[in-house]
Design a protein around this ligand. Structure first.
Ligand SMILES: [Fe+2]
Ligand SMILES: [Fe+2]
Length: 405
């Protein structure tokens, strides 16, 4: 009997089972994490309706919905994060309203942030609606690398190399899962694929970090503008939008997995260190910080490109399964059209976002941060001659002469 079923049996109430499950789950993962066994993949049809559902049906009179789910209980091999992944494959009942993932209490356990119903508010739209991409733009994105040209560039690049090394170690990447190390952000072929669990661990950790720089830089530029009583020229909005966009990436992946206590601790620790380090670094050299983020985004584009390749080669069968549904949150945020809502499609959108961050930050790293306007939100006198930049396809960023003149 699963942990959640056991809870449900004893509480006989879906909400209380879910609530209790949230409290107990980290302890459960902690127990499995210390066994040191390798990942155990359990894929099986869901059993008959859980006792909790029988006691308190959410839709009285409605027949049980056919469903199955696969749960990956990932005990921690040496040097990796424990993470529980609930990849829910749900088959919709014809009469079911809207989209859902599962009616089992397992999926309730998984939903960290259900929408909060209030008496008057219908919905809260995102502060920065996504601008969207054309298919062509998304498919043109490619891994790229900007060669360091100054000592600051070199330092930022070496720091990112160190972070990538730590990430590979922490997620338990084997030598045969590594791509060509001499081309770390452009080589996307390895002799062995990552598992879905390994990918999600990398995505969650990467996104929890990637959402920090835009907020720090935007905040500091905001304070600088107040303090010096000067215009900012459009940088703040782009930086805050970047951090918002990264957070949407994180929330999307959080709908697919539940990190264990060890990973949560690592994320909190990493955020504490990263935020403060970046805060002081940005005060000293915004240029180097934007270059650092540009290199971080090179890594992100590389990561998602490799993942897309593995999905398209059929190496990640769970995500290629036609019954796999991506979160509704993602469908709404990226305005994903019907028929284009697979995990592969989702990763294409996210990779395009990362490509924008890469191009924007490499470009901002080339500008005079005190005076230059943000070219990505500016109207150009010479738009017809092609000076207006498009970051998504400019992997190494624009030089100052190209966009400021
Ligand atoms: Fe991201
Ligand atoms: Fe990013």
């Amino acid at each position: 009997m699963s942990l959640t079923s056991a809870i449900a049996t004893n509480t006989c109430s879906v909400p209380s089972a879910a609530q209790l499950g949230r409290v107990v789950a980290p302890l459960y993962h902690a127990r499995t994490a210390i066994t040191g066994h390798r990942a155990a993949l359990i894929t099986a049809p869901a059993p008959a309706p859980a006792p909790a559902e029988a006691c308190a049906p959410s839709n009285p009179g409605q027949s049980p919905r056919p469903r199955y789910h696969s749960t990956i209980n990932l005990a921690r091999p040496a040097g990796t994060f424990p993470i529980r992944l609930n990849n829910i494959f749900a088959q919709k009942a014809p009469s079911a309203p809207g989209r859902y993932f599962s009616t089992t209490s397992v999926s309730r356990l998984r939903d960290f942030f259900p929408s909060h119903e209030t008496k008057y508010i219908r919905q809260t739209p995102p502060a920065w609606p996504h601008h969207g991409y054309s298919e062509d733009e998304m498919h043109k994105v490619a891994p790229a690398h900007r060669e360091p040209k100054s000592f600051g560039d070199w330092a930022a690049w070496k720091l990112i190399r160190f972070c990538r090394w730590g990430m590979d170690k922490a997620t338990g990447l084997k030598p045969d899962q590594q791509s060509d190390k001499s081309k770390p952000t452009t080589a996307v072929v390895a002799s062995k694929p990552l598992t879905e669990a390994q990918w999600l661990v990398r995505f969650v950790f990467l996104e929890s970090i990637a959402g920090v720089p835009g907020m720090v830089a935007g905040m500091l530029r905001h304070l600088r503008s107040l303090r010096r009583m000067k215009r900012d020229n459009g940088w703040i909005e782009t930086l805050l939008e970047e951090s918002f966009n990264e957070r949407m990436h994180l929330l999307t992946f959080m709908k697919m997995c539940e990190p264990g206590w060890f990973m949560k601790t690592m994320i909190i620790g990493a955020q504490g260190v990263f935020f403060n380090a970046l805060f002081f670094s940005y005060l000293i050299s915004p240029k180097i910080c934007h270059r650092f983020v540009g290199y971080l985004e090179e890594e992100a584009v590389h990561t998602y490109t490799r993942c897309i390749g593995e999905i398209e080669q059929g190496l990640l069968p769970k995500w290629s399964d036609p019954n796999f549904e991506i979160p509704e949150l993602a469908v709404q945020y990226w305005h994903m059209p019907e028929g284009k809502r697979t995990m592969r499609d989702l990763i294409y959108y996210i990779r395009a976002d990362e490509a924008v961050h890469r191009g924007v930050n490499h470009t901002l790293g080339n500008l005079n941060y005190k005076e230059d306007p943000n070219p990505f939100v500016s109207d150009y006198k010479t738009e017809a001659t092609g000076h207006k930049p498009n970051a998504v396809t400019k992997g190494t960023g624009y030089e100052r002469e190209e966009v400021i003149g």
